[in-house]
Design a protein around this ligand. Structure first.
Ligand SMILES: Cc1cc2nc3c(=O)[nH]c(=O)nc-3n(C[C@H](O)[C@H](O)[C@H](O)COP(=O)(O)OP(=O)(O)OC[C@H]3O[C@@H](n4cnc5c(N)ncnc54)[C@H](O)[C@@H]3O)c2cc1C
Length: 264
């Protein structure tokens, strides 16, 4: 359980940022992860009055405000039809609808959880994060940065016509994942993301022929597995995760190339 001394619904991002510079103060999203901890919060900073719970679609991109929930992106027609159901597939196993109705995209991406399904899928796309102080940077750069006291304002996904696919493996359907995998393809470029290794999601990029054959795919997968570190925890061993990585990457490639559900 956590405690809160003071609760402020801010009326600007500037006010939120200034309050957030004190180590005792904390931005609150859906509060689902925060409530699992024991933090003594000085001031809880609530962003709900800032109109940041919208998903906006333009010709070039989708802009997802940080207070949008995982459920908002799960059921968003534009996002899901553009990315072939990637978003609904990447959040459907996160606990349940009630939980996804509360968990925010901002709280999920800001935290860079090692087990994050949504970080895995977003990292396979041409995706940026808008930070209040740090400006707009690629999600890839953001993932590699240490956490700081900035505010994640929105997530921007470029519409670049890539194909994408997502799969994860869990011991039981609503548990945290043993491994997550997203694959996207645009022209000759393949983007493979592996998360829950059990470390945070990692993107590997490859260039293959326009029409890759079985040999090309096999060699790409074994290169990715060799160059990615996998760990062991009570959900699975390093070896088990390597085997799963082979299967999940293949399934996603198969879906992108042939629309099939599983590779042979
Ligand atoms: C029981 C349980 C099971 C879960 N299972 C899964 C799972 O299987 N897969 C998965 O991907 N996720 C899972 N999650 C994580 C969940 O999906 C959310 O990512 C998580 O709850 C954080 O979102 P939140 O809105 O609750 O953030 P909060 O708990 O409110 O905040 C989390 C952190 O982010 C900070 N923060 C929030 N918003 C911002 C912002 N806009 N800018 C800067 N900092 C911000 C907060 O200060 C805090 O440090 C699980 C969570 C729980 C509690």
């Amino acid at each position: 359980m956590f405690t809160i001394d003071k609760y402020i619904v801010v009326d600007s991002l500037k006010q939120a940022y200034e309050l957030n510079q004190s180590k005792r103060n904390t931005i609150i999203g859906g509060m689902l992860w925060l409530k699992m901890g024991r933090k003594n919060i000085g001031t809880a900073i609530d962003l709900t009055s800032l109109n940041l719970n919208k998903i906006e679609e333009s010709e070039e991109s989708f802009k997802i405000g940080c207070m949008s929930t995982l459920r908002d992106i799960e059921v968003h027609n534009g996002l899901n039809s553009y990315f072939n159901g990637l978003f609904s597939k990447s959040v459907e196993h996160i606990v349940g609808v009630q939980m996804r109705n509360m968990a925010t995209v901002g709280g999920s991406v800001y935290s860079k959880f090692g087990f994050s399904d949504i970080l895995t899928s977003l990292l396979s796309l041409n995706c940026y994060v808008e930070l209040y102080k740090g400006g707009t940077i690629t999600l890839k750069e953001y993932v590699e940065m240490p956490l700081n006291n900035d505010i994640l304002v929105s997530i921007i996904i470029m519409k670049d016509k890539r194909n994408a696919s997502y799969s994860s493996h869990r011991i039981s359907s609503t548990d945290l994942p043993v491994l997550t995998c997203a694959v996207s393809n645009i022209e000759k470029q393949w983007n493979i993301v592996l998360g829950a290794r059990p470390m945070k999601a990692k993107l590997t990029q490859f260039t293959l022929n326009e029409k890759p054959n079985e040999e090309n795919i096999k060699s790409m997968i074994s290169n990715i597995i060799d160059s990615t570190s996998f760990g062991t925890n009570y959900r699975g061993s390093e070896k088990y995760r390597q085997i799963l990585a082979d299967v999940l990457i293949r399934r996603n490639i198969e879906e992108i190339l042939h629309g099939g559900k599983y590779a042979s």
